[in-house]
Design a protein around this ligand. Structure first.
Ligand SMILES: [Zn+2]
Length: 167
């Protein structure tokens, strides 16, 4: 029941991922309809329910423009899990504030980059110029497309692809 289900808004825009239990609750209460299954059936004493993969809400939910949350994991993902100073693809990754926080640097997409522990240590609390370091890419806010936001789920849920493309 913990398998992921893609939730579409009434206009088919992908808006969320929930688990099977929640998805079936939404369907049984008439709040959502099954759009895709193909995962077999859930047997109860009286009935078999198709196991949902994609559901669609019956009523449109209004929401703010989507954005990618500024978290460690999302920063690493934006930067391809690569140190933005030396280009190393590593496991000892850290978050570096390009303009250090104690110098007024903000915690925002354009001021945070992935850095390996060695580069972060070398930079210390200094500005780029002071540390004589250069960024491989200028940090930007990642696009809040459905493919970017839900892309990591596609590995396990190929059938979601047509519902995500273009949003
Ligand atoms: Zn590095």
């Amino acid at each position: 029941m913990q398998v992921q289900v893609l939730v579409l808004n009434a206009n088919f825009e992908p808006i969320n991922v929930c688990n099977t239990r929640r998805a079936i609750g939404l369907i049984l209460s008439g709040k959502a309809a099954l759009i895709a299954n193909g995962r077999g059936y859930i047997r109860t004493v009286t009935q078999n329910y198709p196991r949902p993969s994609v559901i669609r809400l019956e009523h449109m939910i209004q929401r703010a423009r989507p954005s990618v949350k500024l978290t460690r994991r999302e920063i690493f993902r934006r930067d391809g899990f690569t140190c933005q100073y030396c280009g190393r693809h590593g496991t000892d990754l850290t978050i570096d504030h390009v303009l250090p926080r104690h110098l007024g640097g903000l915690h925002m997409w354009t001021n945070v980059v992935t850095a390996c522990a060695a580069c972060n240590h070398h930079k210390g609390g200094r500005r780029l110029e002071e540390a004589h370091m250069v960024l491989l890419h200028l940090p930007k806010e990642p696009p809040a497309s459905a493919r970017y936001i839900f892309g990591r789920h596609l590995i396990d849920n190929h059938e979601w692809e047509p519902f995500i493309v273009g949003w």
